[in-house]
Design a protein around this ligand. Structure first.
Ligand SMILES: *[C@@H]1O[C@H](CO)[C@@H](O)[C@H](O)[C@H]1NC(C)=O
Ligand SMILES: *[C@@H]1O[C@H](CO)[C@@H](O)[C@H](O)[C@H]1NC(C)=O
Ligand SMILES: *[C@@H]1O[C@H](CO)[C@@H](O)[C@H](O)[C@H]1NC(C)=O
Ligand SMILES: *[C@@H]1O[C@H](CO)[C@@H](O)[C@H](O)[C@H]1NC(C)=O
Length: 943
């Protein structure tokens, strides 16, 4: 807490005690003169007295013996042998102890015997769980979520998070839209999330009031009973001053969202704020004038206390009793809100999304009162102009400026089940370990004014805990159990035994140069220049692992140092013209004999492995999603729109993605620098027909560069699903017609002849079943096997056996399932909810599985998706197999035949590129991509 706030509190307190003394004085005078105090006067005085109270727990809060959220019948629980991250000492304290949970509270931390006797709990009543030294952290707190208000599966009747009634609607309340049947509650709990602040959306400048909830189902099953410390105004128009004063929350949004929705400019939006606060200020002033009069004893013509239900939330903001949560990205907008906070004198709790805050920490410090915190994504950026300068180093930079950093989900924008992964990413990119764990626990808890009961593992705090199968910052960390209010949330959790080294925080690369560049170039550092490219020989030293494609498999070789004639040779790999020419003992002398020009790169125990293939996002076709002028644009849907006559080919006008391709996009280059050397993109479509996809080099500078376009045509893409204007059956009928008697030389005929794959984007098991039938029908007709790939595949696991038998492959997208829509609601969630993950289930049925990404920024993380998939499956998916999911399998799914992998020009020359990582393997935290060696293009790019 900053000192300005502390001194304001003192001022408030003085004011408060001043008013009270004065009021009491007049009141006593009344009694003295034996006048009766009219009831309305007593009430008014009571009201006035309460106006300056500041929310927060009573001072004896931690001596409570029962939580207000305690559910009768919950047994005391003892966790033995926990390795506890407490949240204390700036997030550096780790304690090895037993924990007693009772009556919804963490009663004690220490030795079990002493705990039981100290709190008089009988051993017989207690559930005892030995967690065998597992990591235990506080329940995860998400300070920006739309759980319940934008529920899953998404249905038209249930998007309740944005009011469209105007830019200023402080009277709206997220509670009023909270659907208790959101499938995501259970899923987010399984990721360790226990408390979320449910905010209205960002369509409005002032979008309404937010409410913190705990995610568990309550015995009452109501939305109200999920609330954590709700203000008494939840039930009544005005405060009940006999109950503790709890913090309230309000959502503000600046910049693109509210401006776009109401066709406003930023100038209009800022004026809307000022006008609203001016109204609220008048209300507050009239209340203060009323109270000044009342406390001076002028009761005669006092009248009623000035109230206004609509503006009361904002006047409460002006009294400092509401946490102001501001969706705000860009410098202009951060500055604007900072000015408003000074004009009307209210503190801002946090800027959310806040992609440019790392560039302007002083703008945050300029805001009224204590410096706002930030609630950010780790690396979700560039989807609109406001987010274009986002950097994954923001968390580190802001923290080093002393600004409070919380990671948030914006669920369902990002599945909050994986909020911890955001903290892991922030840590990977430089946020210190203590602050990274705090960024999803104690930091958001404090920012929400709830740090006295959640976000810490301390005696007297709420019994919200997560027991993990590894260090919480290790990739793939999965809860073994989650407690909310002392109640275990997972019925029969499944987790696998994790390697011992994952019990410690992973070591992470040094990104000092990148951090400096992010600031120097205001978020747009050059990602690939002439200087990166080496055409000479490159010797990689201290290489620990090499993964090489052999046919359609990937072989792992562990390299060791060798000693010859007493001389030690660290394991090395030589690359000439982008091609690996020596593995093992490639001494510098050996190299020098061949060439005088060699660049030596130390991989510090790192690895070389094949470059990854990405599919699913419009890489190369979209730069800033929300900006049309930066994109290829949308394909005309021939099922519902008229295809221009000039385009009519009897197939609705099949287009090629290659014709719309742009190179050097930021997400494309970040993918390249993340080890994704080939991207496959389909034309962008919201309708039935997408068109022909393309495979291209993510590191190429333009289309005419050698090797830039890997395959101009990969597969034909269509979308089949509900929600389009034409019915699913109409879409299937169209597909049947085009495949069986379509144009004789068109793309559909090439599919029917088995020459290129048909990639059908769909999730529904019923649609997949229909497609399997259709495949048989077409093959019966043409007597040729057609190549069918399902992309999406949220429900594919329900037909794993049938897909395997029909030889239909699946690209899972998203890679970790989420019931976003009705057609993808029947997910196989994977550990800890089910033993098998979706990937494992499909692999177990012999299906060729690839992994996709939905949005362009995600492509750079493909390597962690693969590593995670392997970790989640224990020893059932090896690292080599995980590699296949992002390389060979992707090629197979786009038409490369098994036998082609032995023919270099057909098979792996598609990839033909190696990624060098320092400090570890590509698929694990701890490594950093330092170079791409391209035999396809004849050089090495060094980053
Ligand atoms: C908290 O930890 C961070 C990072 O480790 C450090 O920079 C900061 O100075 C610490 N703050 C305090 C108050 O110790
Ligand atoms: C601790 O070990 C026991 C015995 O192996 C096992 O049954 C139990 O599930 C383990 N607990 C946790 C939380 O891993
Ligand atoms: C709302 O009213 C119910 C019923 O009187 C009460 O149990 C609950 O505590 C009230 N909630 C708040 C936030 O005051
Ligand atoms: C050595 O390699 C560098 C980088 O590829 C290149 O710029 C330079 O021309 C080469 N020099 C010689 C002598 O080949």
């Amino acid at each position: 807490m900053g000192s300005p706030l502390a001194s304001r509190r003192l001022a408030h307190w003085l004011l408060l005690s001043g008013i009270c003394t004065l009021a009491l004085f007049h009141y006593n005078q009344f009694l003295h003169t034996r006048q009766e105090v009219p009831v309305h006067v007593a009430k008014a005085l009571d009201r006035c007295r309460s106006l300056t109270a500041i929310p927060g727990p009573p001072s004896d809060f931690h001596s409570r013996s029962t939580s207000d959220r305690f559910e009768l019948g919950t047994n005391p629980t003892v966790l033995l042998n926990a390795r506890i991250w407490t949240g204390e000492k700036n997030g550096t304290e780790v304690v090895e102890a037993d924990i007693l949970l009772d009556k919804g509270i963490i009663r004690g931390i220490g030795h079990v015997g002493r705990l039981l006797s100290r709190f008089d709990v009988s051993e017989r009543d207690a559930v005892v769980r030995d967690v065998n030294g597992s990591w235990v952290i506080p329940g995860i707190v998400d300070m920006h979520s739309h759980l319940g208000d934008a529920p899953s599966p998404g249905l038209d009747g249930a998007e309740d998070d944005n009011s469209m009634k105007g830019p200023i609607v402080p009277w709206m309340r997220s509670l009023d839209g909270l659907n208790t049947h959101d499938d995501a509650f259970r899923l987010s709990i399984s990721g360790g999330v226990t408390t979320s602040l449910i905010l209205p959306g960002s369509a409005n400048a002032i979008g309404g009031q937010g409410f913190p909830v705990k995610l568990r189902t309550t015995s009452e099953r109501s939305a109200s009973s999920m609330l954590l410390e709700p203000p008494s105004t939840t039930n009544s128009s005005y405060y009940d001053h006999n109950t503790p004063l709890h913090w309230r929350h309000i959502k503000h949004a600046c910049g693109e969202n509210p401006s776009r929705v109401y066709s406003n400019t930023r100038m209009d939006t800022i004026w809307a704020f000022r006008e609203a606060y001016n109204t609220a200020k008048k209300l507050k002033e009239s209340q203060d004038a009323y109270c000044a009069k009342a406390t001076a004893g002028h009761f005669e013509d006092l009248g009623d206390f000035p109230e206004d239900l609509a503006w009361e939330p904002l006047s409460e903001v002006l009294r400092g009793r509401v946490k102001v949560q501001v969706h705000c990205y860009e410098t202009t907008d951060l500055d604007g809100l900072s000015r408003i906070s000074n004009e009307f004198k209210f503190p801002i709790t946090a800027f959310h999304h806040a992609h440019e805050t790392y560039l302007v920490p002083n703008v945050l410090r300029n805001a009224y009162g204590s410096t706002p915190g930030v609630a950010i994504f780790a690396n979700n950026a560039r989807y609109k102009r406001e987010a274009y300068r986002g950097t994954p180093f923001a968390a580190k930079i802001l923290a080093s400026e002393g600004i409070e950093v919380a990671m948030k989900s914006d669920h369902p924008v990002m599945n909050s089940r994986y909020l911890l992964y955001e903290a892991q990413n922030a840590y990977y990119y430089g946020l210190p370990e203590n602050l990274a764990i705090a960024s999803v626990t104690s930091t958001p808890a404090k920012l929400l004014g709830l740090g006295h009961r959640v976000g810490f593992v301390k005696e007297g705090w709420d019994a919200d805990l997560v027991v993990f199968d590894s260090h919480p910052l290790a990739l793939g960390a999965t809860p073994k159990q989650v407690y909310i209010d002392g109640i275990p949330q997972l019925d029969s959790p499944f987790t696998v035994e994790k390697p011992k080294k994952l019990q410690e925080a992973p070591k992470v690369p040094n990104f000092d140069k990148e951090v400096g560049d992010a600031i120097k170039y205001e978020g747009l550092p050059p990602l690939l220049t002439e200087k990166n490219r080496l055409t000479g020989d490159v010797l990689f030293m201290d290489v620990k692992n090499v993964y090489t494609p052999v046919g359609s498999k990937i072989r792992h070789s562990r390299l060791f140092r060798s000693v010859v004639d007493g001389e030690v040779f660290p394991p090395s790999v030589l690359v000439q013209k982008g091609q690996i020419t020596c593995i093992g003992r490639c001494t510098q002398e050996k190299v020098m004999a061949r060439t005088q020009n060699v660049t030596v790169i130390d991989l510090e125990g790192g690895a070389l492995g094949p470059g990854l293939v990405s599919f699913g996002a419009p890489l190369g076709l979209e730069e800033i999603q929300a900006e049309k002028s930066t994109n290829d644009g949308m394909v005309i849907d021939p099922l519902t729109k008229v295809t221009p006559k000039i385009l009519d080919d009897g197939e609705g006008g099949v287009v090629r993605a290659v014709d719309g391709l742009s190179f050097m996009g930021r997400d494309t280059l970040l993918a390249y620098r993340g080890g994704v050397t080939t991207a496959i993109s389909a034309p962008v479509s919201y309708g039935f027909l997408a068109g022909l996809g393309v495979a291209f080099s993510t590191g190429a500078r333009h289309k005419l560069e050698d090797g830039a376009v890997v395959r101009p045509i990969t597969a034909l893409h269509v979308h089949v699903g509900p929600g389009q204007e034409a019915s699913v059956s109409t879409q299937i009928a169209t597909l049947r017609k085009l495949l069986i008697d379509g144009a004789k030389h068109g793309a559909f005929q090439r599919v029917a002849q088995g020459k290129i794959p048909l990639v059908v984007h769909t999730h529904s098991a019923d649609i997949i079943a229909t497609l399997i039938v259709l495949k048989g029908e077409v093959e019966h007709h043409t007597k040729v096997d057609i190549k069918l790939t399902i992309a999406g595949g949220g429900e594919a696991h329900l037909l794993a056996k049938e897909l395997g038998e029909a030889n239909v492959g699946v690209i899972l997208n998203p890679v970790r399932p989420f019931p976003a829509s009705w057609e993808s609601r029947r997910i196989l969630p994977g550990p800890p909810l089910t033993e098998e993950s979706q990937i494992l289930r499909l692999l177990n049925h012999g299906i060729t599985v690839g992994v996709g990404v939905l949005e362009s920024w995600e492509a750079q993380n493909a390597r962690f998706d693969l590593g995670w998939a392997a970790l989640e499956a224990g020893d059932k998916i090896s690292k080599e197999q995980a590699y296949l999911l992002g390389t060979v399998n992707m090629l197979k799914l786009f038409g490369v035949e098994e036998e082609d992998f032995d023919t270099p020009e057909k098979g792996l020359s598609w990839i033909g590129e190696f990624v060098a990582t320092a400090g570890g393997d590509l698929l694990e935290f701890g490594s950093k991509v330092v170079a791409v060696a391209s035999s396809r293009r004849g050089f090495v790019d060094v980053f």
